[in-house]
Design a protein around this ligand. Structure first.
Ligand code: NAD
Length: 364
């Protein structure tokens, strides 16, 4: 759909990536931010330094000038503790066809999720949560190989999403450190458990596609620290069990350098390995079977490619909203339910059953 109109709320790091990705589709993009300096920084620094030059077709506008305008797609690319209020405001105004909310969906207290789901249903808006790793080329290949070759009955599943956040601060030179942003506060959707929740989310994805159902129980240990005015978990280690009984592990941290973003699905007949940035220009997928039927591909990619699959997928939903999506609100909310259970488990020293009661109100 080349007359697609997009509003991006939040002209920071992700807002610029997604603005560029939407422009690659030929869509009309408007970026807005409550901070005029962020709009100026997008035009003068972030966008030109990443993509060569500023794109004059991108409109920059103050939020209050846009409240009467309708858009096909609205993207909320602000800090997690603002996501739900901003999303609700969009649904109260001229509700878009698709509303993409950045990950993590919200803060771990999950307040206001129920209201968002109810309002989205009333308005007929498709709400998605931006766990983009579900739609990269190497993830699609992994899914295809699991369907065609498989690894036999699944025995365990492990993910690591371990990345020192120096890289994130490198991409945000205007921030002086963790206390300057949500990143330094687990309660605001930051810390390892929130910022690197791709680890939980991709675990859930591969568990679901291999027929293991949802995460049922969590035992977790988080390394929670207070440092220079910030209060965050540096490391989150989760042992999880699904509805089918599958036992696996998820580890996320903000201290590992170089980063490790890795998954391994173990089966009785073989295993699947998946890695983001196996080297600076490639993602990796490898399926090894005991019978020697092996597949391996290093998928060449650039940083914009991390978001290309996600944006193309949104294009298909804008054309046909009946298509299923691995980014649906229920999926992002299920990740939040595991985050909430992990915090409870770690802080109270007990195994916790994941409470999905909020999801009962979800529906697309
Ligand atoms: N999917 C990914 O790989 C990926 C990558 C980076 C960031 N993210 C997510 O994107 C979100 C934003 O991260 P970021 O790194 O771009 O942050 P950022 O600090 O670079 O940018 C956020 C922007 O939002 C603006 N903002 C804050 N509150 C606002 C409001 N109420 N109205 C309008 N604008 C407001 C700020 O002024 C800022 O310019 C986070 O949830 C983060 O986890 C996802």
């Amino acid at each position: 759909m080349n007359d697609t109109t997009v509003k991006i709320v939040g002209a920071g790091s992700i807002g610029n990536h997604l603005a560029h990705g939407c422009r690659q589709q030929g869509w009309a993009v408007t970026m807005t931010d409550r901070d005029p300096a962020a709009l100026a920084r997008s035009r003068n620094e972030i966008y030109p330094s990443r993509y060569g030059s500023w794109d004059e077709a991108v409109e920059l506008a103050a939020p209050e000038t846009l409240s009467e305008r309708a858009f096909d797609l609205v993207i909320i690319g602000t800090p997690p503790d603002t996501h739900l209020d901003l999303a609700m405001a969009e649904l109260e105004q001229r509700a878009p066809k698709v509303l993409l909310i950045e990950k993590p969906l919200c803060t771990p207290d999950l307040s206001a999720c129920g209201a968002l789901m109810a309002r989205a249903q009333e308005q007929g808006t498709r709400v998605l949560v931006a766990y983009n790793h579900r739609l990269t080329t190497h993830t699609r290949l992994a899914v295809e190989w699991l369907e065609t070759l498989g690894v036999g009955p699944v025995t365990t599943l492990r993910t690591l999403f371990r990345e020192h956040w120096g890289g994130i601060f490198g991409a945000h030179p205007w921030l002086s450190g963790p206390a300057d942003t949500y990143l330094g506060f687990t309660s605001r959707g930051g810390g390892a458990i929130g910022e690197h929740s791709h680890g939980i989310n991709i675990w859930q994805y591969f568990a679901a596609i291999s027929g293991q159902g949802r995460i049922h129980e969590v035992s977790a240990e988080l390394d929670e620290v207070e440092h220079d005015g910030a209060a965050f978990d540096r490391i989150a280690q989760l042992s999880v069990r699904t509805e089918s009984g599958l036992l696996g592990t998820i580890v996320q941290d903000v201290v590992t350098r170089p980063a490790q973003k890795w998954l391994r699905l173990e089966g009785e007949d073989g295993h699947l390995e998946w890695q983001v940035n196996v080297d600076p220009g490639h993602d990796l997928v490898r399926l090894s079977r005991e019978d020697g039927q092996n597949r391996e591909e290093r998928v060449a990619k650039t940083r914009p490619d991390d978001f290309k699959g996600e944006i193309e997928h949104i294009g298909t939903l804008l054309a046909d909203a009946s298509k299923p999506s691995p980014l649906d609100l229920e999926e992002g909310l299920a990740t939040m339910c595991v985050i909430a259970a992990a915090l409870d488990s770690s802080r109270n020293g007990r195994r916790v059953r994941v409470d999905y009661s909020l999801l009962e109100g979800a529906g697309r």
